[in-house]
Design a protein around this ligand. Structure first.
Ligand SMILES: C[S@@+](CC[C@H](N)C(=O)[O-])C[C@H]1O[C@@H](n2cnc3c(N)ncnc32)[C@H](O)[C@@H]1O
Length: 332
């Protein structure tokens, strides 16, 4: 057993949480229709709010995926079984859903090296420490990586004798448009070796009302999560956003086929961002898009695999068929 923490974010000149954060905010707020990508929300407090969201009954993607992993853990372990298996999780967050798989491998005396990667430091530190206290008497090897997906992935896939099983759970792939999802998968595929596996979560299109309920919880956690981005910009870039002058709502957009979350300005207001030396005007009712979550069809999922050098091994559904975890193998 071994439990290590690797911080790749400090090994780069431009850390993803410093310059890139400021640049992305500048670009997004300068657009005619203001839009910021959701990865900006994931600092430590943002990750904690997201972890609370995944415990909500109304947030069906997490409920469904938890159900898929516990029902299919034996099948998954049979498919990917190998004496030198590396379970590499991209954007692992709190890693809670993956625990059922890790436990299953260890109970069956299957050797396992678990490599959770996340740009947000807090969840990775907590995950490594939790795994250490929970599995300290097992054969488990853990390398928790704080940093960008590809920095971690490239570091751990250099050894061509290992079998890699990449997990990309939740809705993270769908947080980008289809074209960007394709280029993301192409990059993952280029990093992997023939015969490696990848399992990705996809939220399937059900109905706009059902999707609406998932992103507009009565507890107000989604609102708290999205508003947290303004808090983060205030803190890290010296801005003067007044959180109480914004409100959040998510909608299913038929044109983009995604649920889009917006922060709406409750009044005409100007916000100053010290680090950018710039002010931004928000009209009353103007929306700042903070999240997008694409809803897939099965045909699109199969096309994504095909386009990017993978063959489908198995689609695993929850009992209501709201969600699919699709297992792919990298082709020769
Ligand atoms: C939607 S959450 C999903 C978390 C978890 N996989 C789950 O299913 O509950 C996306 C996660 O990806 C992480 N993330 C976003 N962009 C990243 C990047 N470029 N590199 C590494 N992690 C990233 C975020 O910090 C966050 O923890």
């Amino acid at each position: 057993m071994s439990f290590q923490l690797i911080d790749l974010s400090t090994q780069k000149d431009t850390s993803p949480t410093a310059n890139l954060f400021a640049e992305t905010v500048l670009q997004g707020l300068s657009k005619k229709e203001k839009q910021l990508p959701s990865w900006l929300i994931f600092d430590d407090p943002g990750s904690r709010i997201f972890s609370d969201i995944t415990k909500l009954k109304s947030y069906h993607p997490a409920v469904s995926e938890k159900n898929i992993l516990s029902t299919n853990k034996e099948l998954i372990s049979q498919i990917v079984s190998s004496p030198d298996l590396q379970l590499i999780e991209l954007g692992a967050g709190d890693g809670r859903k993956t625990m059922v798989l890790i436990e299953h491998f260890l109970t069956n005396n299957h050797p396992l090296h678990y490599i959770p990667i996340d740009i947000s430091a807090g969840p990775i530190k907590k995950l490594v420490s939790d795994l250490k206290s929970r599995f300290k008497k097992s054969s488990l090897i853990v390398s928790g990586v704080i940093g960008d997906y590809f920095d971690g992935l490239e570091q751990f896939t250099r050894d061509k004798n290992k079998t890699n099983f990449v997990l990309y759970l939740g809705l993270t792939l769908g947080n980008q448009e289809l074209a960007k999802a394709n280029s993301f998968l192409r990059r993952v595929s280029n990093t992997l070796n023939s015969g490696d596996y990848m399992m990705t979560g996809f939220d399937l299109f059900t109905s706009p009302k059902q999707h609406y309920r998932a992103y507009n919880d009565p507890e107000g956690l989604f609102e708290k999560f999205n508003l947290h981005l303004l808090d983060r910009i205030n803190r890290e870039l010296g801005a003067d956003f007044k959180i109480e002058h914004f409100t959040q709502e998510g909608h299913y957009n038929w044109r983009t086929r995604s649920v889009e979350s917006y922060l709406y300005s409750l009044k005409d207001q100007t916000v100053w961002i010290e680090a950018l030396q710039k002010k931004f005007f928000f009209k009353q009712g103007e929306g700042l898009q903070t999240e997008q979550s694409y809803k897939f069809t099965l045909a699109e999922i199969e096309q994504l695999a095909e386009n990017n050098g993978f063959e489908i091994v198995k689609h695993l559904y929850d009992e209501k068929k709201y969600f699919v975890d699709s297992i792919w193998r990298k082709k020769n």
